[in-house]
Design a binder for this molecule. Sequence first.
Ligand code: 6PG
Length: 249
Amino acid sequence: METPLKENIRIFPDHEAASRSAASLFLKFAGESMGGRGTFSVALSGGATPIRMFNIIGSEYADAVQWDRVHVFWADERCVPADSGDSNFGIAYELFLSQVSIPDGNIHRIRGEGDPSKEAIRYEQEIRAAFPSGLPAFDLVILGMGMDGHTASLFPDTDAAGETERLVTSSYGGQHRGWRITLTLPVLNNAKNIFFLVTGSEKAGIVARVLGESEERESLPAGLVNPVKGKLIWFLDESSARKLTMRKG
Ligand code: 6PG
């Protein structure tokens, strides 16, 4: 690992407290970004873990953010239609984006209904167009982690997880998960802030493998998320952190 690990690990009593803290830091970073460049770009993940956080943002922060200055992207998307129950866009839209006054043009959906490889190319173009120059730097990327150590749709031992040039690629998650479209590590690690929100006792093993003493971290996509210049914050609850022995030093 070239860059020294800089993560900040925060352990909360339960999923609710972790979700609430992540939501309030979302609000803080949104305010800071707008105070700086005037806009706030965030890339969301899917899965079950962020649902409560989306719910909190949509129900409690609707009036606390200048949503016309927020641009929402996705760290990954399942290759399903937007109205599918599996759509990461669909979940975020229902719980959060439909509850706030964000202009449609600020919602940069990955078109899961499209051809995966063509949509990966299109989405990369959309991201590049949204950032003035150089490697896009999201103000915030919100990630989860699967029990195999995947994050976004970067699954272990796949070309997508090893991609070093493209910003967006398609990724086959196996028969159960199917095709996905995902941001790659170069653009994830160029973010100014990255949150991992990982809760629940079923994640304790993988949390210990990624954040614990073992060198295994570098073989797991979530373990390769280490922002070059930005901040990395892990929001855990006591259940997901129960096997974690903090690294010394
Ligand atoms: C997705 C996510 C994925 C998710 C992990 C954890 O599209 O599924 O982006 O990376 O964060 O699979 O999912 P859970 O939160 O459901 O455990």
